[in-house]
Design a protein around this ligand. Sequence first.
Ligand SMILES: [Zn+2]
Length: 325
Amino acid sequence: MSKWQIPPDGGHMESASGIYYQNMTLKEINDRLETNDLIIIPIGSTENHGLGQNPGEDTFLVTRQAEQIAKATGCTVAQPIWYGSHPNHHLGMPHSIIIPEETFVAYLRAVMAGFWNAGFRKMILLNGHGQDYVIPTAMHQFGKKYQVPSIIINVNWWFVIPEHLRDKVHGGPFETPFVHGDECEASFSMALFPEFINSEYFESAKFEPLMPPGHINKSGSALPREEGPLPFWQQVGGSPLEVVSTPEGTVGDATLADPEKARGGVNAILDYLERLVNDIMEKYPAGVLPPIDQLSMRPKEDVEAVMKGPFEEGGRHIYTLAYPP
Ligand SMILES: [Zn+2]
C-alpha cells in the first residue's frame, strides 16, 4: 500500500491548506520559513494535448505532485508558471502558447531572485513540459549573476522514472512508447487530475519521424540509450511540425490510457521527490545553506549583507547586487 493518494481528491491551488505560498498570510509564511525554507516552483505549459485532455495538463501534472510532497514534508509550493518554452516542432500549433526562450529564461531568473529575497533559498524547479533544455540556462544565469548561496534543483519528473514510462516491449506498463498527449501522458493525467480529462474524446494519431530510427529518443528519453542516444531536443528537422503531422494534438494513442498504468510511476516520482526534499532539509535545516566560500568569490561582506535581507541591521536586498535579475 502506498501512502500517496491516487487520484488525489481535488487540488489545493485555491485552498487555505498551507501549501501554496501565495495563499498563505505573511505570518504563516514567516512561521514556515522558521521550519522549512524550501519551495517547489512548478513549471508547466499551456499546450494542446488533444481533444480529451486540457491545455494545462503539463502544469497540473507537477502541481498535483508538488501538493502531495508539501503535505508529506512541510515544504511550500509556489503557484505555477503557466506558460513555457517550446521546441521547434511545436511552432504554430493552436492552443500551444509559446514564450520565447529569452523571455522565459529572464522570467525564471526573476522568480528565483524574488523567492531568494523572500527567504526561500532552496528551490526545486519541478518541470512538467518538454522545455528541459531551457530551464537549466535560467538557473545557471541566476547562479552566475548573483553568486549567493542557494540550492536550486531542476527535476523533470519523467527523467526520474523512465522504467515506468516504457512500453511493454521495454518492460514498462504501456502498449505504446511515451510521446505526447498519448497513452502514457493521459494515464498520468487521469491518475493525478481525472476531473479535467474526458476519455470519451480521446483520439489516436500517428506520424512518420523524419530521421531514421536508432538516434532520437522519444519523450522523456524513456527508451534505453542504445535505441535513442539523442534526447528529442538535440535535433531540429528530425520531427515534423506538429501542426502538420499531428493536428489532433495527441501524438500517440490516448484511447489506451488508463490511470492504473500510471500508478507505479506516480508512486515512484512522489517517493523520489519526498526523499529529495527531506535529504536537502536534513543536510541544510531551515536558515542553513552551504558555506559562502564554497559557492562564491564575491566579497563576503556583500554576500552576508544580502543574506541578512533588508529588514535586518546591516542587511540589504538581493537587487543591490544586480538589477534586472
Ligand atoms: Zn504534456
